[in-house]
Design a protein around this ligand. Sequence first.
Ligand code: FUB
Ligand code: ZN
Length: 625
Amino acid sequence: MKPDAKAHTAPVVPVAPSRGRLRPLGLDEVRITGGFWAGRREVNATATLDHCREWVDRVGWTGNFTAPVEARRGREFADSDVYKLLEAMTWAGVGFDPVTEAIAAAQEPDGYLNTHFGRPGQQPRYSDLEWGHELYCYGHLIQAGVAQIRTRGEGELAKIARRAADHVCAAFGPGGVEGVCGHPEIETALVELARATGEQRYLDQAALFVDRRGRGTLADGEFGRAYYQDDIPVRQATVLRGHAVRALYLAAGAVDVAVETGDEQLLAAVVRQWEATVARRTYLTGGMGSHHRDESFGDDFVLPPDRAYSETCAAVASVMLSWRLLLATGEPRFADLAERTLFNVVATSPSADGRSFFYANTLHRRRRGTVPAPDAESPRAESGLRAPWFAVSCCPTNVARTLALLPTYLATTDDGGVQLHQYADAEISVGAAGLSVRTDYPSGGTVTVRVTRAPDHPWTLSLRVPAWAAGAEATLVDTDGTRRAVTPGTATVTRVFRPGDEIRLELPVAPRWIVPDPRVDAVRGTVAVQRGPLVYCAESVDLPDGRDVDTVRVDPAAEPVDGPDGTVVVPGELAEPPTRAWPYQPLDRAGVPAAEERGIALVPYNSWANRGPSTMRVWLPTTPR
Ligand code: FUB
Ligand code: ZN
């Protein structure tokens, strides 16, 4: 904001575009001080980081940097989880230095670094671009290096990252290997390193990777080239497809390139893909990806709740993409999706104690899961309950880094003022302006923003009015008590603010029924409940007599109401489904068995499976009429 704002040179953020509609605020400018996300961040800082640290050691992934070839453990991308954890710890302000030394020692003199390839007895470097993940691993290394540059200044980790990036430019730049990595991630990382160091060549290399993709340089393998987005050039694609995490990381990198190079056409292409994906390939929770087989997006409207893959990493990547689009365009719809995804997928993955995780985030669990052994790696997606670690354990460290940097997603600035995008108790400092946010969100809908410092010229405070508030009354209350109705989008107040001024946003968080588009056939005829940004679910532990959730039928003729302890109560009944030799019958309008009507308690989806094995469903069948 002008003109008293400090020069915004080096924000402590993971994404710092040099241009775009909005400028991010760093961890030194936004502090989350209480409420839902403070609780999650506390668990992350006090339990999840240590937990991940213990596991990367236990499964040998940190040891890989010093181990001889024959002792290397884990999948080909195991290095990336050490890097993601390093990134998380760096944002959280805790060190992990001995590992950094080991990583430095494992780096080849030309900057090459990977524990799975390139040494005698291993496959040669870059001999398997489809599955090898070497550039993907660099991507995570570089993001950890950027975190170091932005938090503590360039140290050993950043130096390793720069050597790797220089090596990538030499190996894959003009005249080098004309290939791309089967798993995008390097693109967004290189752009950020360019931003953090001012080195144009990293940006050029990222742009080259984005332009090269979609031209069939990767083999047409088991899942086809769409799996790794090598089927159609990024600018020509109309929707996200293939492996969800790959597609979303690539789109995030493409936005970064577009913003830095002023490439409006590329930016518009990604916006188009985002729109189509949100409209036709996204779960109510914000989750993405409905194929277990290849962790991929399904076709349009193929969103089965009981086979939802909805990988936690895809949610993290989706938030990364939406955040970049929000910074580029200023449009609140991107913050809307980020909010939905944060509350309903990212927050669902970790257990209450932060020491076990969902990898896949199903919307319907038909069988009670078994409690995974606390000291064993789980098969990645199949656990019915959260597991402490996975053979492919990309998700826990992704959750850890996201929670560590979460304050950077709350607010932004521009030449005209300050914008609040996500609501949490927070202290925000932007140049001459200071804001103190207090809220009971998401259980309550009141957000109070108190001005603690203010420049003596007019500026604009903008607050996102979430899209989920459509159709209900949202109100902005000024410091003098003046009330005005506001609609989804952005509510603004412009004037010379004085310390002590208070702006209050009142959002209608009352629970309401949600119905799906009829083309989402897998849930046609069912309803769900959302309260504010939170999706709710029925969980068997809340049902009497050991019933399973598949006995629940609800009656959307009456409104859901708030129940005790954050529950929502919906009218409905429990009806044991008939046992038949053949599950299809002629329509018999009179033959529906009577059931006892009762109130059925629903809980926030992000809290499910914290009370032992259970069955669960988000989309609920309705009572016959
Ligand atoms: O391939 C690396 C990571 O492992 C992907 O992003 C996840 O989907 C999992 O397959
Ligand atoms: Zn994952």
